[in-house]
Unconditional design. Structure first.
Length: 395
């Protein structure tokens, strides 16, 4: 089962087919929606359709695949929604956009990790799960089955495609530790309290069964050398006894490691503090788990509170009601030093595993003209490359 030869260097195409308001606030103009669930419910069908179709056609294009290839990366992780096939009103499907991405990827020699990023009624209660403050998907057997059917259809459609690297069966399910430390419903208040009632973390027992069922549903469609990717639910070391049987081939464990999360558990907001935490936790734990699975860091970035010039309380944005910084604390040269150090220490840690996908390829937040967004440009890999923050030669 274990394949230590896996190596991948890639970037996420975040906010393309799955929306996150903080990454492109203009899409949400004229509404007070904070997530993708409420956006179509606050716009007329015509406005919603026009807005979404223009966004999808312009946000990621062929040129972006050329750029990513030119950086020396070899893959993209594409978050997709549960309504990708267009069978969940009022949402608009986007399977044709993914088809186009496969054609671009194959033309320019890139691979695609399809990442099922959302679930009906929410799998984590955050904006990136599609609906804020609601985490009840696991409580509805028919919705669990629907999610499995989406995975099966994706595997059937792309399982033999040259451009497929793998399929990630569910992004960031909130297990108990994550649900607690993020204080999800405070950070992402639900709009409909009744809908959110009964929300809570997903159990380890449930998610294990879901992963096994997902593997059984999609593996028959996958050509040799394609991967099934499972997410650790932000509890990396609890998976040692999982899927170790001979039956399970080409399974990869995805962990998301952010400096802002390190800060939430007490990491000192200095370069020395970050280096110590990365070495003692990120690097050590990835190396330990690499004995059981190829481990990828499916999301990470250079963002940190030090470069922002203030404690961001675990990456809370102006959209979370937090007041951000509007004045740069460091010179351009000092920022470059901070980000170069942050990049090198993290890339060295990821080398202990099987690779990474940076979050994210681009950001449409105007960090210059919108007060409070100093430091958030580091989520945008394109800007990081342009500013010399991300050392492409050390990727």
């Amino acid at each position: 089962m274990k394949n230590n030869d896996v190596k991948v260097k890639g970037v996420n195409l975040g906010n393309w087919l799955v929306l996150e308001k903080w990454m492109n606030p203009a899409l949400f103009e004229g509404t007070d929606a904070e997530d993708e669930y409420w956006l179509p419910r606050q716009l007329s069908p015509e406005v919603y359709e026009a807005r979404i179709k223009i966004h999808r056609s312009e946000y990621i294009t062929e040129r972006d695949f050329v750029t990513i290839k030119s950086w020396g990366l070899d893959a993209v992780r594409i978050p997709v929604p549960y309504f990708i096939f267009g069978d969940r009103e009022p949402f608009i499907g986007c399977i044709e956009d993914l088809d186009r991405a496969f054609n671009w990827a194959e033309k320019y020699g890139l691979k695609i990790l399809i990442d099922l990023h959302t679930a009906p009624m929410g799998q984590n209660g955050s904006d990136n799960g599609g609906i804020c403050g609601v985490c009840r998907w696991a409580q509805f057997p028919e919705e669990v089955e629907f999610e499995l059917s989406v995975l099966e259809r994706l595997a059937e459609r792309y399982g033999k495609r040259e451009g497929l690297w793998g399929i990630e069966v569910l992004n960031e399910p909130a297990l108990s530790w994550m649900w607690g430390i993020m204080d999800i419903q405070k950070r992402y208040p639900p709009v409909d309290k009744e809908m959110a009632a009964g929300s809570g973390p997903i159990s380890y027992e449930f998610i294990r069964k879901f992963y096994l069922d997902a593997y059984d549903r999609i593996n028959p469609y996958l050509a040799d050398g394609k991967y099934v990717v499972i997410h650790d639910g932000f509890e990396l070391k609890i998976w040692k006894d999982f899927m170790q049987e001979e039956k399970y081939k080409n399974v990869i464990l995805d962990t998301h490691q952010y400096l802002m999360m390190a800060e939430m558990v007490g990491c000192e907001q200095t370069l020395e503090g970050y280096a110590k935490f990365v070495a003692e936790h990120f690097e050590k734990e990835i190396e330990e788990m690499q004995e059981y699975f190829p481990v990828i860091v499916g999301e990470w970035c250079l963002f940190n509170s030090l470069a922002c010039g203030q404690d961001t309380k675990g990456g809370q944005t102006v959209l979370n009601g937090m007041e951000g910084t509007s004045e740069e604390v460091f010179s351009a040269e000092q920022k470059k030093e901070i980000y170069n150090a942050a990049a090198k220490m993290q890339l060295a840690a990821w080398e202990k595993g099987s690779g990474y996908f940076y979050w994210s390829y681009k950001l449409l937040t105007d960090t210059v003209n919108t007060p409070g967004w100093v430091g958030w440009d580091s989520w945008d890999l394109g800007r990081c490359v342009d500013f010399g923050w991300f050392p492409l030669d050390e990727k």
